[in-house]
Design a binder for this molecule. Structure first.
Ligand code: FES
Length: 230
């Protein structure tokens, strides 16, 4: 994982657009009065969605808006690796290299990215189109190895499918997210090995007969109660 320090080159200023300001105000309104600092993560997310990365002026602006010390906002931004502290490419490709993905071949996925994009881990292409980064476990190990691009996960990747996916992005397309092998969610690859028999349908209930039996028992009980005691 690359270092979590702010980029040296920073823009002079930052301001949320009108649309982002409206979205942020909606988020802040969800928290009780005086607890607006709770909106710090979504605020950083909005800043990143607007600029592509989290800049120092954005951190300072968020601190001002949420009435926080800038250091507190910086702590959050540097802790969570989903916040980009350096400019990233228009298409930011992040590969999960944690153990399950590594066991399932993430090295080949990284290799394909490096070869196809001509950049190394933590680098951005000269034209700013692509950048490459590393992810910790993305919680999709069942479909490992996994790449995150934007808000989407691409799963079950190998060298060839990674190249194919990157070619699509290079053509300006956005390939369908999810399993590149066509797995349905995290269903097993190939045929099912368990629960193969047809499920037994639930027994059909005869509610009319049950009701009649109940009414009969009720009438019999009433008759017995009303009968003179011997
Ligand atoms: S290790 Fe890659 S998704 Fe969990």
């Amino acid at each position: 994982m690359s270092g979590r320090a702010l980029a040296k080159d920073q823009p002079a200023s930052f301001a949320f657009t009108a649309e982002m300001t409206a979205r942020l105000n909606q988020i802040i309104a969800k928290y009780p009065q005086g607890r607006q600092a709770s909106a710090v993560i979504p605020a950083l997310d909005l800043a990143q969605r607007q600029e592509g990365w989290v800049t120092r002026p954005a951190i300072e602006e968020i601190a001002r808006l949420l009435d926080m010390a800038p250091m507190r906002v910086l702590e959050v931004a540097t802790f969570y690796t989903m916040f980009n502290l350096h400019p990233v490419g228009k298409t930011h490709v992040q590969i999960c290299t944690s153990l399950p993905c590594w066991l399932r071949g993430s090295n080949e996925v990284v290799k394909a990215c490096k070869e196809k994009l001509g950049i190394g881990m933590g680098e951005r292409s000269a034209d700013g189109t692509f950048s490459l980064g590393e992810l910790e476990c993305s919680g999709a190990c069942v479909n490992a190895p996994v790449a995150q691009i934007g808000d989407d996960y691409y799963e079950d990747l190998d060298y060839a499918s990674t190249v194919k996916m990157l070619d699509a992005f290079k053509r300006g397309e956005t390939p369908k997210a999810g399993s590149v092998t066509g797995r349905d969610g995290s269903a097993p690859a190939g045929d099912h090995l368990t629960l193969t028999e047809k499920p037994t349908p639930p027994a059909k209930q005869d509610f009319a007969a049950a009701k009649a039996a109940f009414e009969k028992a009720k009438a019999e009980a009433a008759a017995k109660a009303a009968a003179p005691k011997a």
